[in-house]
Design a protein around this ligand. Structure first.
Ligand code: GAL
Length: 667
């Protein structure tokens, strides 16, 4: 693992100078200095310019760009430039084009038009990596390498013949022989038994539901194929360069198909791209969740926000712009949650191409704008936060998250289409956010020992070892909550027999004999006053205490909320979809039982998070409300230089980062 070196918080964005005449470049560097930009990503979509015809490289323009940046004191995260192949690749090798499940070929003209399993793409892209890395390995401006760009964003699933052959190879590795595959896939069902590897295909468009384990394995394979590109590029880089290597993940964008948990070991530092769902007035909760999840993937280490937006994007149905102050709140919320760098897409707004209406640090209207002024302000803020770099985030709560569980729970032919993976995750996360409590979003195999409370939303697929680890965590004194439709299947998507929730039955002290999903819009009530919808189940308490039961719906009198004392801890189960007030009440009870407190007492709508480095701590307070608020804090606000002794006044929309006094006196 190579260390990501740097002073203070990194600040900048994607820089695409090839879209502009050279005269603009010096102005760019001048403006970067004015804004305090110290890191830019260069060359991400430059393949067609760097290698205009196969095998002929032109580096002159990039030499000049890197030279200007270096002279201006701006460091570079240099891309391997493999993100999108030039049109000549498809013309020369049409078999490198990706194909959809229905057989339609995806052509160049957008980006990422390549089959992820194509050996030709792999070979040509690695030739490019060798050429770029060979030329710039020692360049003094280059401090980091950026593999490809958002691997899998548009081409994660390819169903062409090349992919089919690669899928068979992957399955041979996984299963060794066909008998094991037939067992794992349950091919006794619907006459699906395979007698020859050549009979197996990706789950291409079929007359009806495809085999679920085939689908699940194809999703695993597809994530692995993208990861293989990352690993192949990284291997080339490792032999040629000494700087740390990253690639930008897309955690929290609703991007489902890359298992970043398994990818994290392949990068020297985790970096992430995050865009707000702009039309959502509570989009800052989604931001916080994505940041906490990125930190979880990074194992708690500081990470880099590789992209976000200064204002509107171009790819949502209604591209709502950010109001004054929102850019600052968004950026500093990422820092609060462990980012040591804040970068954007992109430096200068394009004047041509599909992203010309996407915001940037320098808008079409130029530097005399609200956006550029806010960018300069953010640069100053981040300079003031330099000492925070390298610190970690305090979290007493873990939420378990597994991409494979996400894939499996959202396969077809399930009891209710209303059960989605994000639903209970968002609900529980929202309740914690409202309570001012920070959570790490971690894989079920993570070490849970340090947490006071562990939440397992909709963990439909769970491995034996991970279920056992949760049991041990509770026995040792932990508090856990499991929500409905968890523990149902093993890694092959086979039902765990004997009653639901299979893997968690003993831990929870309950046994469900039948699911009773509700009709669209149907609601049920519980005898503790809670309201719920979507899901109920015929549950028997077998050792657990019943905390609430249904008063109506299909199962009056049947338990809906239970608590099982196990060892020194307790395991709670909720068998229905509680509405927001009831979820808040449940989470408040769990926090009280586990003795978890907010980072600081603060009014609702104020985000509070603490970063820590040894005995030094920083309290981030972000006011998302329209009112001035008061937050308990003692120390110095690094953003204003002002002291607060016990209480901090925070204007509407304001942010404070308080270096807290140590127990033995002011810091
Ligand atoms: C990202 C991508 C960037 C740019 C941006 C626009 O997905 O990495 O290249 O397209 O979105 O929001």
């Amino acid at each position: 693992m190579r260390r990501w070196q740097g002073d203070g918080i990194s600040f900048g964005g994607d820089y695409n100078p090839e879209q502009w005449p050279e005269e603009t470049w010096s102005e760019d560097v001048d403006l970067m200095r004015r804004a305090g930009v110290n890191l830019v990503s260069v060359g991400i979509f430059s393949w067609a310019l760097l290698e205009p015809t196969p095998g002929r490289f032109e580096f002159g323009w990039l030499d000049r760009v890197l030279g200007l940046l270096h002279d201006g004191g701006v460091q570079v995260d240099l891309a391997t430039a493999t993100a999108s192949p030039p049109p000549w690749l498809a013309r020369q090798h049409p078999q490198t084009l990706p194909r959809r499940a229905d057989g339609v070929t995806l052509w160049p003209g957008g980006r990422q038009a390549y089959c992820p399993s194509s050996p030709i793409f792999r070979e040509r892209s690695l030739d490019l990596v060798r050429a770029v890395a060979g030329r710039y390995a020692e360049h003094p401006a280059v401090v980091m390498w950026h593999v490809s760009n958002e691997l899998g964003c548009h081409n994660v699933h390819c169903y062409c013949d090349v992919s089919a052959e690669a899928f068979r190879g992957w399955l041979r590795e996984r299963y060794g022989d066909l008998d094991r595959l037939n067992d794992a896939w349950g091919t006794a069902f619907w006459s699906q038994r395979y007698g020859d590897w050549a009979e197996i295909n990706p789950p291409r468009a079929a007359p009806t539901f495809a085999n679920p384990t085939q689908q699940l394995d194809f999703l695993r394979f597809s994530s692995d194929e993208q990861r293989a590109q990352l690993r192949a590029e990284r291997e080339v880089l490792r032999t040629l360069v000494r700087q740390p290597v990253t690639t930008n993940f897309m955690i929290g964008l609703g991007v489902k198909h890359m298992d970043y948990h398994s990818w994290a070991a392949d990068v020297d530092l985790v970096s992430n791209d995050h865009y707000l769902t702009a039309a959502d007035p509570l989009a800052h909760l989604g931001l916080a969740l994505a940041a906490d999840h990125t930190r979880g993937v990074a194992g708690g280490a500081p990470w880099l926000l590789m992209e976000h937006s200064t204002s509107a994007v171009n790819w949502q149905p209604r591209n709502v712009a950010k109001l004054p102050g929102q850019l600052r709140r968004n950026s500093l919320a990422h820092v609060a949650r462990g980012a040591d760098g804040v970068l954007f897409f992109q430096w200068r707004a394009s004047r041509a191409g599909a992203e010309k209406f996407h915001s940037a640090l320098v808008p079409h209207a130029g530097p005399n704008t609200k956006v550029f002024r806010e960018v300069c302000q953010l640069g100053a803020d981040l300079r003031a936060l330099a000492e925070v770099r390298g610190s970690r985030v305090d979290a007493d709560v873990a939420i378990l998250f597994d991409w494979e569980a996400w894939w499996a729970v959202e396969l077809d032919s399930h009891p209710s289409v209303d059960v989605t993976y994000a639903d209970r995750l968002n609900a529980l996360y929202g309740a914690l956010w409202r309570a001012g409590v920070t959570a790490d979003i971690v894989h079920p195999s993570a070490d849970l020992g340090g947490y006071r409370l562990v939440l397992a939303p909709t963990l439909y697929l769970v491995r034996d070892a991970d279920a056992e680890a949760l049991q041990r965590y509770v026995e040792a004194g932990g508090t856990a909550l499991v929500t409905y439709f968890s523990g149902i299947v093993d890694a092959n998507d086979h039902i765990r027999l004997g009653g639901y929730p299979g893997a968690f039955r003993d831990l929870l002290g309950v046994r469900t004999e039948e699911f009773f999903p509700l009709r669209e819009g149907e609601r049920v009530h519980l005898d503790d006053g809670s309201v719920a919808d979507v899901w109920t189940e015929w549950l028997h308490a077998e050792g657990a205490d019943v905390l609430a039961s249904y008063t109506d719906g299909p199962l009056p009198g049947v338990p809906a909320l239970t608590r099982n004392a196990v060892g020194d801890g307790a395991a709670w189960y909720v068998g229905t979809r509680l509405d927001e007030p009831a979820t808040d009440r449940l989470v408040a009870r769990l926090l009280a039982e586990a003795d978890v407190r907010p980072a600081a007492p603060a009014p609702s709508g104020v985000e509070v998070v603490r970063r820590r480095d040894g005995d030094r701590t920083w309290l981030f307070a972000i006011n998302h409300t329209d009112d001035e608020v008061r937050v308990a804090a003692t120390g110095v606000d690094l953003l204003t230089g002002g002291r607060c002794g016990g209480e901090l006044g925070l204007p509407a929309g304001g942010v404070a980062v308080v270096r807290e006094d140590r127990a033995d006196g002011p810091s």
